[in-house]
Design a protein around this ligand. Structure first.
Ligand code: GZL
Length: 341
């Protein structure tokens, strides 16, 4: 029985004692975690501490929902969810708290790739396996059991190749193409990979001019702010590469407010990443041209991995999610019916 179950047993006993003695503070509700555990206490629940990046985008919400709906008490889990609000130090605190509670597993989506050695060594020293989801951490691979996520570099490459074909079809293959990029959180795996992959294709085109790449932190508000500044700084932008859909939505707002046009019938071509449901809305509204899928539905795979580990099995260190892309040349109305997020 892990420490967390022992603690909860004490909490429940102590709470009952207080209640009976009349000094239980009824008006001060216990932390949600204890309340949930009390109703579903089961010696066999696997306690998992999950440190999530934040709630910065539609993709992140879908990722959180997928994991929370897989690691449920009905499926044999007790999940402790911590939202780091996009701050690495909050993830450090959450991991150390999980260690203190002696959870059975730690699941971590590292907001950036660097700075994890110390805290992941502490988890290893405490004998708690760490599973990385979504983004990677640059640490010795002995410090994590496995990683589930996307091949971000191939996403970026796929975007560059899409643009090659799009310009070819438009008879603009030889034209000077002026490009700006709204980057995701700097040093995050998604930003590093997408930027690198697109750059690999850029190198083949001397007539493609990357005017500027700027951090817009994967949020819609920052995407609009950065796009506004780029529109003021540069004339005749032809392409905007947005490293996630929420920044693309912000870019569209900025472009339209500046009296310019974007999307398949506009002057500015918009490439985006994630392919969340709202990106289908934006493509069908003619606001963005394409979105490269980044599958957030890690929950079932995570549940399967922990099940394998619990039964003494081994798992592959690197586990890529399946993904594709969607653009306005496709039957998006039909395709979106097949989508879970
Ligand atoms: C990608 C993920 C990125 C998404 C953004 O796996 O890390 O973070 O592309 C999210 O929407 O904020």
């Amino acid at each position: 029985m892990n420490h967390i179950r022992k603690m909860r047993g004490l909490a429940v006993g102590f709470g009952a004692l207080l209640f009976l003695s009349g000094c239980g503070a009824k008006e001060s509700p216990e932390p949600a975690a204890n309340r949930r555990f009390e109703t579903e206490m089961d010696e066999n629940l696997i306690a998992v501490g999950f440190s999530q990046v934040g709630a910065e985008s539609d993709w992140r919400a879908a990722n959180t929902e997928s994991i929370q709906s897989s690691l449920t008490p009905e499926n044999g889990f007790y999940l402790i969810y911590e939202d780091a609000q996009q701050k690495q130090e909050n993830q450090f605190k959450a991991i150390r708290n999980f260690i203190l509670q002696e959870v059975d597993y730690i699941v971590l989506s590292p907001i950036v790739e660097t700075g994890w050695e110390t805290v992941l060594q502490e988890a290893k020293d405490a004998g708690i396996p760490v599973i990385l989801v979504d983004r990677m951490a640059q640490v010795d691979e002995e410090l994590y059991t496995c990683w589930i996520g996307a091949d971000f570099e191939s996403e970026g490459k796929r975007a560059g190749e899409w643009l090659e074909q799009y310009l070819e079809e438009q008879g603009r293959a030889g034209e000077e193409i002026r490009i700006v990029t709204l980057q995701g959180t700097l040093d995050s795996s998604a930003q590093l990979g997408r930027t690198k992959g697109f750059a690999e294709v850029m190198e083949k085109h001397g007539n493609w001019d990357m005017l500027e790449m700027k951090d817009a932190d994967f949020t819609q508000a920052k995407g609009q702010e950065v796009m506004e500044s780029l529109l003021k700084k540069y004339d005749d932008i032809d392409v905007v590469v947005c490293e996630n859909d929420n920044m693309a939505f912000g870019a569209v707002d900025a472009i339209q407010e500046a009296g310019e046009s974007c999307g398949p019938d506009g002057d500015i071509t918009i490439l985006s990443f994630d392919a969340v449901s709202a990106a289908f809305d934006a493509m069908m509204a003619g606001e963005i041209n394409v979105s490269f899928e980044c599958n957030p539905l890690h929950g079932p795979k995570l549940q399967e991995i922990i099940g394998t580990l619990e039964s003494g099995g081994t798992v592959d260190k690197i586990q890529y999610m399946e993904e594709t892309y969607f653009d306005t040349s496709m039957n998006l109305e039909e395709l979106r019916k097949t989508r879970a997020y």
